[in-house]
Write a protein that binds this ligand. Structure first.
Ligand SMILES: [Zn+2]
Length: 435
């Protein structure tokens, strides 16, 4: 595809996502989605060997998880590319910090920023890439940014993107009207900050923990028009600090290896991307508030994600939204299943975070890890007073519940490697309980 052809294709998908795929009622959206899913499944039988020869009915397929997906990787893409082949290219790109190589026929390989050992690898064809760029711009650009973008007398729109790995996927967005700069998170954050200060982006995109770190840098005085949090859970106190520092409420972009799942609308609500994928809910509690999403992406041709279960824990929102989009909204992404701690019963990460927000002392960065039956607590600016407050707060919290760690242990703070997703709460090992 020529550069011009690519730009026009991005524009088409932009228009499609922004204005054409709009539905007046939820019923209309669901009926339309049903038709798209059926058509996609009929095609999937021919495209993906894994489903070959079947008469696919969504309800007959058992959900597939990450492990199952990895085991059948080469049957789940049309080119028979193996997991080893994709991973080798992705890892070499990571090592050499050169993210431009393609596998073949313009297929790009990307690596998600998961915790080490569990990183997801994904394939994107050229067609998928331009579609992704169009949808992404449609979902993220505010009206003011859009006016800037289409005004030829204004300089190009500057987007700063902090990530652990760049990708051809992201570079697709760059054009004459979009100046896209990648900030490599493996570089020193102090240097990145001075570069960011000089660049003065219109849009700042970074993982939540990096945005939070940037708010603590007094020398940084940029005023981006939009701030967008990606890759990690954006916690409320961080969102407040980001708004105070940069002057605007940060939006959330929920993009995983498995696709582009949700984004914040201009009312500040997080909408599932149901215009491009079906999302079923696997409930995790009796009150039906938390669920794992089981997705079927009917807009992607390079990999089959059909009834694919994500590890993420989402919190349902029954209220809907007044912005005009009829897709489901969620209250928040609470974390992944390894952020749920188990001490004889589930302790959801959000509930634990609440305990820490409510502490009467200013804690600064902290981390919680479950090691077997013990809860390890790490506090960057620790002191005996802070430790006794935290110990008392946690004790009160666990006393009110049936589940208890055998021990709460304070251990010295260590930084998490810059190349890994930053997790505040993590289950490292747990006693074996049946769920
Ligand atoms: Zn909305």
């Amino acid at each position: 595809m020529s550069a011009m052809g690519e730009s026009l294709s991005i524009l088409w998908h932009f228009v499609l996502a922004k204005w054409l795929r709009r539905f007046r009622t939820r019923k209309q959206l669901m009926a339309w989605q049903r038709r798209k899913l059926d058509a996609f499944l009929r095609k999937a039988v021919r495209t993906f060997p894994y489903y070959g020869g079947h008469n696919l009915r969504l309800q007959d397929l058992p959900p597939m998880d990450k492990q199952g997906y990895r085991e059948n990787f080469e049957m789940l893409n049309p080119w028979g590319i193996s997991l080893e082949e994709a991973e080798e290219l992705a890892l070499r790109a990571e090592r050499e910090r050169d993210f431009s190589p393609e596998l073949r026929d313009g297929i790009t390989v990307g690596l998600s920023s998961g915790t080490s050992g569990k990183r997801g690898v994904f394939l994107v064809s050229r067609d998928d890439r331009v579609r992704w760029a169009g949808i992404m711009l449609a979902r993220t650009l505010s009206n003011a940014s859009l006016r800037h973008l289409i005004n030829p007398w204004r300089p190009a729109l500057k987007i700063a993107f902090f990530l652990r790995a760049n990708s051809n996927l992201y570079r697709t967005i760059a054009s004459r009207r979009v100046d896209f700069r990648y900030f490599d998170l493996l570089r020193d954050l102090g240097n990145l900050m001075s570069e960011l200060q000089g660049y003065a982006p219109d849009i700042l995109i970074a993982p939540a923990s990096v945005l939070a770190e940037l708010t603590r840098m007094d020398a940084l005085s940029i005023q981006p028009r939009q701030v967008i949090s990606v890759a990690e859970v954006l916690e409320h106190p961080d969102a407040v600090a980001i708004e105070a520092k940069f002057g605007g409420r940060p939006a959330n972009l929920y993009q995983a290896t498995e696709g582009f799942l949700a984004s914040t609308c201009n009312e500040g609500k997080l909408h599932l991307n149901e215009e491009f994928m079906g999302v079923e809910r696997e409930w995790l509690d009796h009150s039906r508030t938390r669920f794992h999403p089981v997705i079927t992406d009917f807009s992607r041709s390079s990999q089959a994600f059909i009834r694919y279960r994500l590890d993420d824990v989402l919190v349902a929102d029954e209220e809907g939204c007044s912005c005009g989009r009829v897709s489901s909204t969620i209250l928040r992404i609470e974390g992944r299943s390894d952020e749920v701690l188990w001490f004889g019963g589930a302790v959801f990460p959000d509930v634990l975070r609440q305990v820490f927000y409510a502490m009467p002392v200013d804690l600064g960065p902290y981390r919680l890890e479950q090691h077997g039956n013990a809860l390890h607590v790490m506090i960057r600016n620790s002191s005996p007073e802070i430790e006794s407050e935290v110990a008392a707060g946690l004790q009160r919290f666990f006393n009110q519940r049936d589940c208890q760690p055998a021990e709460i242990r304070f251990v010295p703070w260590t930084d998490q490697p810059a190349g890994e997703k930053q997790r505040r709460i993590r289950q490292v090992t747990r006693e074996s309980f049946s769920i």
